[in-house]
Design a protein around this ligand. Structure first.
Ligand SMILES: Nc1ncnc2c1ncn2[C@@H]1O[C@H](COP(=O)(O)OP(=O)(O)OP(=O)(O)O)[C@@H](O)[C@H]1O
Ligand SMILES: [Mg+2]
Length: 270
């Protein structure tokens, strides 16, 4: 499913995400909440996007739609060229499993289950055989620097390590998109830096990443920042040579380049 050719002669590769005038309204009776009011957005392959905005601005609503966990009230959504709104719940679940790797603030790992089994789980759903599953889950855990923790259960791992298991689980299916909602929200600053170094490394290896965050320090890792306000995109900026947050913070991402490189020793990407 889903071609890799350019869409409709638009030129260039097909974007991973294409939202066209998406609206989402909760509660259609007298108390309707217009959580999204016409969001249009294109995310090309390999982009690294931070979604920012005040509480209630529509970030999670947008993430749920992009993640195929919910559907728009109106508007168009293409994920990897697939028109998501025409899919049944079962097809939607399949697309979700195949195309998207999720990372949540609260890790969402299965308790009393080893890191290896947690990472294997999406491959079980995808119908991958036992030996291949094991091999790929092990490789993903090695990639996030946890090759020595395969049989540890979540309560035997630090918060940062648990989130790295979650990142391995998000990666293991080789998804088109990694979608992270406040991935560092429950982490101390050292663990946050580890997890962000991991995202940076995945970005450099060509992965497409969309992350929701309240924190400027986290958003500065991304190549592009999108701000939502009252259900609308109010700014969409590339992190160019000048940096898009330089007026707020003097510490650009160039300063932290050394920190990112030190994470490369966790393993090499393929
Ligand atoms: N299931 C729902 N039913 C009704 N209203 C909802 C529902 N989910 C969200 N909303 C409303 O939609 C608006 C956007 O909510 P959303 O959760 O997307 O905000 P957010 O930007 O993620 O906020 P936060 O930073 O607090 O997580 C809010 O006004 C919220 O109250
Ligand atoms: Mg939210």
């Amino acid at each position: 499913m889903g071609g890799t050719d350019g869409a409709d002669g638009a030129g260039g590769p097909q974007p991973v995400i294409e939202l066209g005038d998406v609206h989402k309204t909760y509660g259609m009776d007298g108390t309707a909440v217009h959580a999204l009011r016409g969001v249009s957005l294109t995310v090309p392959t390999g982009d690294y996007v931070a979604i920012m905005g005040a509480s209630g601005s529509g970030k999670s609503t947008m993430m749920n739609i992009v993640g195929c966990l919910d559907v728009p009230t109106s508007g168009r959504y293409l994920l990897d060229g697939i028109e998501v709104e025409h899919l049944s719940d079962r097809q939607l679940a399949l697309v979700r499993n195949r195309k998207i790797g999720f990372v949540f603030q609260s890790f969402n790992l299965l308790p009393r289950t080893s890191a290896l089994d947690n990472v294997e789980l999406p491959l079980v759903y995808a119908g991958v055989g036992t030996a291949e599953r094991r091999r790929r889950a092990k490789a993903a855990l090695e990639l996030v620097g946890l090759g020595e923790r395969l049989s540890h259960k979540p309560n035997e791992l630090s918060g940062g390590q648990q989130q790295r298991v979650a990142v391995a689980r998000a990666l293991v299916t080789a998804p088109s998109l990694i979608l992270a909602d406040e991935p560092t929200g429950n982490l101390d600053s050292t663990s946050s830096a580890d997890v962000m170094a991991l995202f940076d490394r995945l970005h450099r290896a060509g992965r497409t990443i969309v992350l929701i965050t309240h924190e400027h320090d986290i958003a500065e890792h991304a190549e592009r920042a999108i701000r939502l306000m009252d259900g609308r995109i109010v700014s969409d900026e590339r992190n160019g040579a000048r940096g898009w947050l330089t007026d707020r913070r003097s510490a650009g991402k160039h300063e932290s380049a050394g920190k990112h490189e030190s994470a490369a020793k966790h393993g090499s990407l393929t």
